[in-house]
Design a protein around this ligand. Structure first.
Ligand code: ARG
Length: 461
């Protein structure tokens, strides 16, 4: 049934039901019910202490809101689409509980600053959870890196074998990517933790409100300086989605490598049975479904970001109803990034690593060619010339199926008389890693240093 609205005073007709449903947001903004009540409790507390409302009225309203809070936790609250959104639903429930005095709650407030407050609160409440989930994955990566400082595999560029690297170094690269993600979300908290409450509809209010008090009660660090900006700013949500997109891009790259590494051709890793799935027709199959799904879910989060950027791009100041479209993407991205992080953490912590296959892959692949070029350059040959000399040796090696380290000394010396017996030490893939002692390189000491720094960052003993 089409119901008369709370704002219906100046209206003579009600919208048809399908239009009301189209305009309503309660189906999704009920996710912010706890934040809406929290915001109202802070607001009415302030209305009481400033004397804007008689203390007795403020107390009655607050008690009613606390009751609703308890009922919400107990799952006893039901929402009605006729009441449009979470704000009017809670107010309607409050009115049913305490009567017309509930109507005083909305003094010196608009739904515009109310919804902005709820949304800021919702994001600030989720950010620590996201940061914690990133840290859990980082912790697994650090432990993996620690176990595999001396596990050697071919590092690739263009997906072609390039130079031998430490597997620990590889894991620490992902650690570093996640560290930047974490720092971005931490900074995001600075922009989300700003109180819009008290901006009212757009221009502030004639009532003697105390915005600092409500900001404090709600745990916001700052207060918006400009009421127009306060009600129309969604930058914090766009930043959140942008950070979420970048995080998902990183998880997707890791997923992609796991999928390749678990393939028959590579066999560098085997995913645990708990994190793989079978086929309904091919009994032998073990698929990396979870990694694929994380890779696939990136599309959703990029979509959420693009959607909000597009919603906001042509909006005049201040609030516009378009902005009701700001929330679902943020809710969806949150479920997606938390789910992806948890699954990736489980998948990585149970990963079976096949060190022997990694080492075998680096033994006959010419990925030590740079070692030989560096060897010649160290002995005074210009690097460009060394590159050409080794290139010719590699060509011969490919034709004769002989790795550089398996060529007899005479053959190497025929290419350059600078080569001596000690070259074989340099050609050992393990040595190639050990010798990369430059800062941030794959040498074992460098990897250990990275792990040490990471443990400090994570507060791990
Ligand atoms: N449901 C609305 C939203 O999510 C609340 C704000 C409504 N304000 C207004 N002036 N119509 O944006």
């Amino acid at each position: 049934m089409a119901v008369k609205k709370m704002w219906g005073g100046r209206f003579t007709a009600v919208s048809p039901e399908f239009a009301q449903e189209f305009g309503a947001s309660i189906s999704f903004d009920q996710v912010m019910a706890a934040e809406d009540i929290e915001g109202s409790i802070a607001h009415v507390t302030m209305l009481g202490t400033t004397g804007i409302l008689p203390q007795a009225d403020a107390d009655t309203i607050k008690a009613g809101l606390i009751e609703i809070q308890d009922e919400l936790k107990a799952g006893k609250i039901e929402f009605d689409v006729a009441n449009e959104d979470i704000h009017m639903n809670i107010e309607a429930i409050l009115t049913a509980k305490i009567g017309p005095v509930a109507g005083k709650l909305h003094t010196a407030r608009s739904r515009n600053d109310q919804v902005a407050t709820d949304f800021h609160l919702w994001v600030t409440h989720r950010l620590p959870e996201v940061i914690k989930a990133i840290e859990a994955l980082q912790t697994v990566l650090v432990h993996l890196a620690e176990t595999h400082v001396e596990t050697i595999l071919p590092g690739t560029t263009h997906l072609q074998h390039a130079q031998p690297i430490s597997l620990g170094h590889y894991f620490m690269a992902y650690y570093s990517m996640l560290q930047r993600d974490k720092e971005r979300f931490q900074f995001n908290l600075e922009h989300a933790s700003v109180s819009p409450l008290g901006a009212a509809a757009l221009a502030g209010t004639t009532f003697p409100i105390d915005r600092a008090q409500t900001a404090d009660l709600l745990g916001f660090k700052y207060v918006y300086n400009n009421s127009l900006d306060a009600v129309s700013d969604r930058d914090f949500a766009i930043e959140y989605l942008s950070n979420a997109s970048m995080l998902m891009m990183h998880l997707s790259r890791l997923s992609e490598e796991l999928i390749i590494w678990a393939s028959y051709e590579y066999q560098y890793v085997e995913l645990d049975d708990a994190y793989s799935t079978g086929s309904s027709i091919m009994p032998q199959k073990k698929n990396a479904d979870y990694a694929e799904l994380i890779r696939g879910k990136v599309g959703r989060v990029y979509g959420d970001l693009t959607s909000l950027l597009t919603v906001m791009k042509g909006l005049p100041l201040a609030y516009n109803k378009d902005m009701q479209e700001d929330k679902e993407g943020v809710f969806d991205a949150t479920t997606t990034i938390l789910g992806s992080l948890h699954v990736m953490t489980g998948m990585m912590s149970t990963l079976h690593i096949k060190e022997d296959n990694m080492l075998a892959a680096v033994q006959n692949d010419f990925s030590n060619a740079t070692e030989l070029a560096d060897y010649l350059a160290t002995k005074g040959m210009p690097f460009r010339q060394a590159h050409a000399v080794v290139g010719h040796l590699v060509l011969t090696g490919i034709k004769t199926h002989t790795a550089l380290q398996n060529m007899p000394l005479e053959q190497l010396q025929a290419a350059s008389d600078l080569i001596e017996q000690d070259v074989y030490t340099d050609l050992d893939p393990y040595e190639a890693v050990v010798r990369r002692t430059s800062f941030g390189g794959t040498g074992f000491d460098s990897v250990k240093q990275q792990i040490k720094t990471a443990k400090q960052q994570l507060d791990l003993g």
